[in-house]
Design a protein around this ligand. Structure first.
Ligand code: SF4
Ligand code: MG
Length: 310
């Protein structure tokens, strides 16, 4: 059942700078979850450190503001204990690509059904604008004393390499398109990344709205023959070269839209169900917190007498 986006708005005062791309992302999240009809009680937004983490206060849900870099492991625990929940990770480029990079890699390997929204402004906004892992080399934003000498991480290419099965890129000021991309990412059963380019008008004085608008384009408009969908291993072999070249494109032109969508890999929850029969019908969060009268200690205690070879 579709809901009104206002159903998801909390009373918290939104504390982002005027013009911040975070507003567009928040607006897109509200409208995506309302159009999907997700019950706020079944929605969990997990944030990490940084301006993006404040999303957890602004969207109605059973949310969690995690430690620096730890949004994905918290979201993993929530999802595996409660697989029926819709779990969204709201993290910055520093949080997810820097200290949280190992967790991002592990999520791809596992293909857990989580939606990762990467607030990508190429700076550490909350801590006064230091260079983040997605800032391209030789750009000098105003907080830097000299140009950035590190090469940038390409989040969509990293996601592809480690096994994410839905990979897209959006732009924070294009809320209509971003909302549609987020809806598809949430619907997807598996690890989904939406790399969301967003101006940080306070600290990134180089990668401004003008900078982005001169470079971004929608794949469906400029390259209507591009097909990101993988349904069979043969599909993968045939389409991988064009998909990789699209994922690598980040410079004078930056593609937006769904870049890769692989439906051939089973989500981690299906694998758990194979070794823990009944896991999906009665996951840990829906079981009694004791086993034979003993206190519950670990999910494997619950299932240990039912484990079978995969
Ligand atoms: Fe947005 Fe940048 Fe301000 Fe943070 S510092 S709220 S990212 S404009
Ligand atoms: Mg950032």
């Amino acid at each position: 059942m579709a809901r009104k986006w206002l159903d998801y708005k909390t009373d918290a005062w939104v504390q982002w700078c005027p013009g911040c791309g975070d507003f567009g992302i928040l607006n897109s999240i509200y409208r995506a979850v309302s159009e999907l009809g997700i019950d706020p009680e079944e929605l969990v937004v997990v944030g990490g450190i940084g301006c993006s983490g404040r999303t957890t206060y602004y969207v109605k849900g059973s949310n969690f503001h995690a430690l620096h870099g730890r949004a994905i492991p918290v979201a993993t625990g929530v999802k595996l204990a409660n697989p029926h929940l819709n779990v969204i990770v709201a993290g910055g480029d520093g949080d997810l690509m820097g200290i949280g990079g190992g967790h991002f890699v592990a999520l791809g390997r596992r293909n857990i059904d989580l939606t990762v929204l990467l607030y990508d402004n190429a700076v550490y906004g909350l801590t006064k604008g230091q260079a983040a892992p997605t800032l391209p080399a030789w750009i000098k934003t105003k907080a830097l004393s000299s140009p950035n000498i590190h090469d940038n991480i390409n989040p969509v290419m990293l996601a592809f390499a480690v096994g994410f099965t839905f990979i897209a890129r959006g732009y924070a000021y294009h809320t209509q398109q971003l909302k549609e991309i987020i809806k598809q990412a949430v619907r997807h059963k598996g690890a989904a990344l939406v790399d969301i380019l967003q101006p940080c008008p306070t600290y990134n004085n180089v990668m401004t709205n003008k900078w982005y608008e001169e470079r971004i384009y929608y794949v469906e408009d400029e390259d209507p023959g591009y097909d990101p969908m993988i349904r069979t291993p043969e599909d993968f072999a045939a389409k991988a070269p064009s998909i990789v070249s699209k994922l690598l494109e980040f410079g004078d032109k930056i593609p937006l839209g769904i870049l890769y969508w692989n439906q051939t890999r089973e989500p981690f929850e299906d694998r758990l169900d194979k070794i823990m029969p009944g896991y999906k019908e009665a996951p840990p969060a829906r079981r009694r917190l004791d086993v034979d009268g003993r206190p519950f200690l670990h999910p494997f205690d619950v299932f240990k007498d039912r484990l079978v070879a995969p």
